[in-house]
Ligand binder design. Sequence first.
Ligand SMILES: Cc1cc2nc3c(=O)[nH]c(=O)nc-3n(C[C@H](O)[C@H](O)[C@H](O)COP(=O)(O)OP(=O)(O)OC[C@H]3O[C@@H](n4cnc5c(N)ncnc54)[C@H](O)[C@@H]3O)c2cc1C
Length: 236
Amino acid sequence: MRHVVVLGGSIAGLTAARVLSQASVRVTIVEPDGHSGGLRNGVPQRQQLHALLDMGRTQLDRMFPRLTRDLVADGASLASGEEIEMYTAGARKFGVPGNELVGVTRELLEGHVRRRVSAEKHVTTVRGKACGLEFTGPRVSGIRYREPDSGVVRELQADAVVDAMGRSSRLSAWLEEHGWQAPPLERMRIDLGYATAQIRRGEDRRGLKIVHAVPDATASIAELGDTGALAAVENT
Ligand SMILES: Cc1cc2nc3c(=O)[nH]c(=O)nc-3n(C[C@H](O)[C@H](O)[C@H](O)COP(=O)(O)OP(=O)(O)OC[C@H]3O[C@@H](n4cnc5c(N)ncnc54)[C@H](O)[C@@H]3O)c2cc1C
């Protein structure tokens, strides 16, 4: 593979680009959202609470050395031991020794990951919304994308294409249009909504950084309403 196109420039797309570029593959990320600061429309959950659990944090540090250190230097909150409280059905769980969680806003986390990936010499990003695949015989040989401002449709050739378009991906439909069977899709309604607010911690709660409370595994949908979480993030 000499050139890979990654569709979607959020967490999955950026980390895929990182892995590919480390194998000296030339990578082009196609992403419709601009990101000169502020929140991106392509990630509707961006304003909801985000935190990194220990394994996510560890894996991101493995891909992007010292990422946790840099996030904390920018105000993210690293929590361990008594700074974390986890509850199931109202009962406090034992802490996991050595567990370190990061309370961080989505913009700060994604911004750091994007800066690291953009600095990779093999990675380029173009602004565009992917709108289809190109084929040579039976294999995918490129993609089409629409430029957001001009509406012009352009093509990019690729030896491989990575779908990192999240929930709005139309990849299955594109493959079906070209004669492949779409994978079965099953949707499950869960009748659950969520809301996030930023609040300022009182001085007496400075030692508490992450709280997570869920009902037990047998809870009904109605009882899932009792789920909640708090995470100290930058400037709170
Ligand atoms: C309420 C909520 C809270 C969450 N909290 C946490 C948390 O605390 N910790 C955690 O680790 N995870 C959390 N998550 C999960 C996390 O947000 C997702 O796992 C993560 O964003 C998935 O990343 P992704 O790159 O696959 O997709 P997304 O982040 O959804 O990104 C998809 C990207 O594809 C782009 N795109 C879409 N269509 C096209 C197209 N046609 N062409 C090109 N690009 C396209 C979009 O613009 C977007 O940038 C939470 C999710 C929700 C809903």
